[in-house]
Design a protein around this ligand. Structure first.
Ligand SMILES: *[C@@H]1O[C@H](CO)[C@@H](O)[C@H](O)[C@H]1NC(C)=O
Ligand SMILES: *[C@@H]1O[C@H](CO)[C@@H](O)[C@H](O)[C@H]1NC(C)=O
Ligand SMILES: *[C@@H]1O[C@H](CO)[C@@H](O)[C@H](O)[C@H]1NC(C)=O
Length: 441
């Protein structure tokens, strides 16, 4: 390790990594590709894959809520299967890498060539080789940022070893710093150089690692000192290959490609140490009917000191929305009443997982399915056209893809966020959204 590099690390990390970041100027921009985009899947196959992915993630979120009282113990939470991939370059000379994007966790990590192959996941691109980069430097375990990862310890060389747990499994590595170059913008980031990966097969989807966008200190957002980020996800289906985009820092904002009103609601303060973004959902309207559910149904509640339950998180890593049981039941009852003669039985085969779903003939969706509105505190209404909450599951049938969710909390998934530009304004503690043509960004 050349002394100059070591010096650079100390300067960067002891004065907060922000000083070493170019991202603060124009901000970062990343192209987002759906993980299934290269798979040549039919529309129905895409939906089935998303349903399976959603089940894993939900089971996990539920388990977390049970164990950690809503994840309030500072354990990073947790990807089961993620959906959107960003490409970037790491190091000098630059090496290509791909990361899944997760608003539900913090750490940025990539698998390293020092990985023992048998315990690292397969990825499409070669593993990142730190020895081949002049800009890599390890982070000493005495650095404050080492302690920002919940599980960390000093290794024999004085480096910062870390463990990060997810729904899909666990990764082990060491913290280093590197130069990351995105579609536009660069940043010097502390990241996990992962050398041991025990995750569900296929969960990485061929990617090299993860980019966490959560509230914690190690997320891309926090490290670049970004006061805001925004993303715009193109349609799951019929998107003609157009990519979505993620903007971090100055480049984030609504307006471009947007149409209709910009709606704004305050974030709900989540449990300490929890990476999630909570939103104040207060009600739902189906067509013209407001559902008869109490506005407190979605509240985040402290049931014992330090134990929080409930709440609604917005998640880039869950495909589908899930609602706490009482809300789901009210929604299903109202839709059943409004769709009466148009309802058809769900497809018979078991692997769709849609055995109790509400379904109509595929050709009828746009004619009969009403708009569903999510009402957030402050008068912010998120209106979902049928295609943002119904999906084709076989050649003849389309079903509602909002699930009866966790016992403890509701999740707003990314299917619901299609063709919507969403802005996380962290400086002002506000979440904004606007209908948009995301393929035009
Ligand atoms: C992709 O799908 C098209 C149309 O169904 C098919 O003709 C083609 O062979 C598929 N390609 C691959 C690589 O599977
Ligand atoms: C990593 O890079 C170094 C220096 O270029 C090289 O000697 C080594 O073989 C590379 N390791 C792998 C696994 O490619
Ligand atoms: C449901 O039934 C009512 C009255 O029977 C009818 O007016 C309405 O059009 C039906 N709705 C649908 C979607 O079929």
């Amino acid at each position: 390790m050349a002394p100059t590099l070591f010096f650079l690390v100390l300067v960067c990390s002891s004065t907060a990594l922000i000083t070493c970041t170019n991202g603060g100027g124009a901000g970062l921009r990343m192209k987002l590709t759906h993980v299934d985009a290269k798979g040549n899947y039919t529309t129905e196959e895409l939906v089935r894959r998303a349903i399976a992915a959603g089940r894993h993630r939900l089971a996990f979120l539920d388990a977390m809520a049970g164990v950690g009282g809503g994840g309030g113990v500072g354990v990073p939470v947790h990807w089961a299967t993620l959906q959107y991939v960003a490409e970037y370059l790491i190091g000098d000379p630059p090496q290509r890498a791909e990361a899944l994007i997760d608003t539900g966790s913090d750490l940025v990590w990539t698998q390293c060539s020092t990985c023992l192959r048998k315990v690292c996941a397969k990825q499409t691109l070669p593993y990142y080789n730190a020895s081949a980069s002049s800009t890599f430097a390890p982070v000493p375990c005495t650095e404050k940022i080492c302690a920002a990862n919940y599980f960390h310890f000093c290794d024999l060389d004085g480096g910062c070893s870390l463990i990060a747990g997810y729904g899909a499994g666990t990764v082990v590595g060491s913290l280093g710093t590197e130069v990351f170059a995105f579609q536009s913008g660069t940043a010097e980031l502390a990241f996990g150089c992962v050398t041991f990966t025990i995750i569900t097969q296929g969960a990485l989807q061929g990617s090299s690692g993860l980019i966490g966008l959560g509230r914690g200190r190690l997320s891309l957002v926090s490290q670049t000192g970004a006061k805001k980020f925004s993303y715009c996800l193109t349609r799951y289906f019929h998107n003609n290959g157009a990519s979505g985009h993620l903007f971090v820092g100055a480049s984030a904002g609504l307006g471009a490609a947007g149409h209709g009103a910009v709606m704004t609601t305050p974030f709900v303060k989540g449990p300490k140490g929890n990476p999630f973004y909570y939103l104040p959902l207060v009600g739902l309207t189906v067509g013209k009917t407001r559902l008869p559910i109490p506005s407190t149904l979605f509240d985040l509640r402290e049931i014992a000191p330090g134990i929080m339950v409930g709440g609604v998180i917005i998640d880039s890593g869950s495909p589908f929305t899930s609602l706490v049981r009482d809300a789901y039941d009210a929604l299903a009852a109202e839709l059943t009443a409004q769709l009466n003669n148009s309802l058809v039985p769900p497809p018979g085969d078991d692997d769709t997982g849609m055995d109790s779903a509400l379904c109509v003939a595929r050709r009828d969706v746009d004619k009969v399915v009403p708009t569903l509105v999510f009402h957030f505190r402050g008068g912010a209404d998120m209106a979902l056209p049928p295609e943002n909450y119904w999906a084709p599951v076989d050649k003849a049938t389309a079903c509602m893809v909002i699930a009866a969710g966790g016992r403890y909390r509701s999740v707003i998934g990314n299917f619901q966020q299609q063709n919507m530009h969403v802005l996380y304004d962290l400086a002002n503690g506000e979440f904004s959204f606007q209908a948009a043509d995301c393929s035009a960004l």
